[in-house]
Design a protein around this ligand. Structure first.
Ligand code: GLN
Length: 553
């Protein structure tokens, strides 16, 4: 077979690469371990980025069901990606781009398009080298400009889907200096009935890895406790690594404590030593420690927030949970999120909502559960309960106001009721002709102009903000004047698109909705203003006057 290697990438791009694979089973939290290691490298002064490899055939996560995959995370460039990228953005405090999510769909699509364009004329197009070359190119390009790039391979070693990636990594290691590459394998170390930590699953999964030519440099054992020294020695012996290269990753209540635990185990120092960058790290006393200070501070009090949505799955609203947590870190309180099923507002779920201090209605698609969301918004509005509506939550706040204040009885969003006589939320004009579902919404970061002397201006500390979007529908311009005359103020706009709504402070202590998703830019060290305002309203600091620190939003 003619298989000339195709070299359309620049082998000099990027510097140090940490590959992270998983064994035994998925869902071990290898992304969090990897992101935590990255956080510590960042604290030590290195520029760190990450790539998430998702070996599925979808081109991106945009069309995937949140119930199966958790939320679709949106990047500033509009990339709709796996929620793990959200963790990397939050842990590393970076903005990634669509190129940082490598999927099988994307890779094959690119190679097949090149084949159709005649770029491989005369040659047989194959997984090796064409797909593997494309994978390597993507990793190197995403790493460009950084000191360290962490590459997490989704799934588990042995999955058929993952094979081309592992082969690409093998070649990658072959092409780079040994000092520049580190393979970390995360596995499960279960307990036997008689309380013994079992290493067999780890041994088997490393054996599998080695059979495809990959020898891990570091092993991380997920276990409910720390690994015993005997366990580490056994893993070291059977997997052919030094005992110092075996690390524990015990269960913790709060993922933001994982960096502290990784540090305690010395994983970061080991990584720096193996990558030969330890001498370039900042001395311990000069390292960034804001993260540690924030996540270990003694909180004072607790705020209960009702999240009114249709999915009983924390991952489906992951960034909203995280953004609430960040606001809690900023206001020094614990935030308890209670899920309220918007399809069951007629039973005890409505009571659960009423017991909460604040109400959040998050984004969503489709009619299911929307009447419950509208009821929740009406309850918040009429009972002075601090309220934040996000995307669909913003749209439903407009519908609620139109129905109950403007008396437009059957007002609705055209997405949810095509025949409504009052489509107060309607399809974006540019969407009329679009038929494809993938990547065709209004996506990514867009600037919003904010009116002065509004709640939004106080929250954002200025007259503009740039936040991420993911929607197909928006406020219908025909109803804006009537809604505003009745007291619903659109305080943020992008051209003639309505981006932020709010009620005046005389009318409600905190009622705000955003067409964008502020949760995607929230970071532990930089909480998102609308979320901080929500907690301030609960805590009795008037968010209409408290100016949150200027946080470059
Ligand atoms: N379904 C609504 C729209 O497409 C809201 C989207 C969302 O909440 N992300 O406009």
């Amino acid at each position: 077979m003619p298989t000339e290697p195709e070299t359309d990438y620049d082998p000099e791009l990027g510097r140090k690469f940490i590959f992270v694979t998983g064994g035994v089973m998925s869902g071990l939290g290898k992304g969090i371990t990897a992101a935590s290691t990255g956080r510590l490298l960042k604290n030590a002064g290195f520029d760190v980025t990450a790539v998430k490899i998702d070996p599925y055939l979808n081109v991106d996560a945009g069309t995937m069901n949140p119930f199966q995959h958790g939320e679709v995370y949106v990047l500033k460039d509009g990339g709709e990606v796996d929620l793990d990228l959200g963790n990397y953005e939050r842990f590393l405090d970076i903005d990634m781009t669509f190129d940082h999510n490598v999927t099988t769909g994307k890779t094959y699509q690119h190679v097949i398009e090149k084949e159709r364009a005649g770029d491989y004329l005369g040659r047989t197009v194959q997984i090796i080298p064409h797909i593997t070359d494309d994978i390597k190119r993507r990793i190197r390009e995403a790493a460009e400009g950084n000191d360290v790039c962490i590459i997490e391979v989704g799934g588990t070693v042995g999955d058929i889907e993952g094979m081309p990636y592992l082969e690409a990594l093998r070649q990658f290691a072959h092409e780079e200096d040994e000092d520049d590459i580190l393979f970390t394998h995360v596995t499960l170390v279960p307990y036997s009935k008689n309380g013994e930590q079992k290493t067999k699953p780890t041994q088997h999964s490393v054996k599998e890895l080695r059979s495809i030519g990959l020898q891990p440099d570091i092993l991380v054992g997920r276990c409910s406790d720390k690994l015993d020294i005997d366990t580490k020695e056994k893993i070291a012996l059977f997997c052919d690594v030094p005992t110092e290269a075996v690390f524990s990753n015990p269960d913790v209540d709060d993922i933001y404590h994982v960096p502290l635990m990784v540090e305690e185990e010395g994983l970061d120092e080991y990584v720096m030593q193996e990558l030969d960058i330890a001498s370039e790290a900042l001395p311990e006393d000069e390292r960034e420690n804001r993260w540690r200070d924030l996540v270990t501070q003694q909180t004072e009090g607790e705020v209960e927030v009702a999240l009114v949505g249709k999915y009983d799955l924390e991952d489906a609203y992951m960034s909203v949970h995280e953004a609430l947590k960040h606001a809690g870190l900023e206001k020094n309180v614990d935030v308890n999120v209670r899920w309220v099923n918007s399809e069951k507002m007629s039973d005890h779920h409505a009571d659960r909502m009423r017991e909460a201090d604040a109400i959040v209605v998050p984004g969503g698609f489709g009619a299911r559960g929307t009447e419950g969301k509208i009821d929740a918004i009406q309850y918040a509005r009429e009972n002075d309960v601090p309220f934040l509506g996000l995307c669909l939550g913003f749209q439903m706040a407009v519908v609620e106001y139109a129905r109950n204040v403007l008396d437009l009885d059957d007002a609705h969003s055209a997405e949810l009721d095509e025949d409504t006589p009052h489509p107060v939320i309607d399809i974006l004009p540019e969407q009329y002709e679009i038929e494809d579902m993938g990547g065709t919404m209004r996506l990514g970061a867009h600037e919003t102009d904010i009116d002065s002397n509004t709640l939004a201006a106080t929250l954002y500390g200025g007259e503009s903000c740039t936040e991420r979007h993911r929607h197909r529908y928006e406020v219908n311009p025909e109803y804006i004047d009537d809604l505003e005359a009745a007291g619903l103020k659109f305080s943020g706009r992008a051209g003639n698109r309505m981006e932020i709504l709010e009620l005046a402070p005389e009318v409600h202590p905190y009622f705000i909705g955003t067409q964008f998703h502020p949760e995607f830019r929230s970071r532990p060290t930089r909480a998102s203003p609308p979320f901080v305002g929500l907690l301030e309203a609960v805590l009795g600091d008037d968010p209409h006057t408290v100016t949150t620190e200027e946080v470059s939003h």
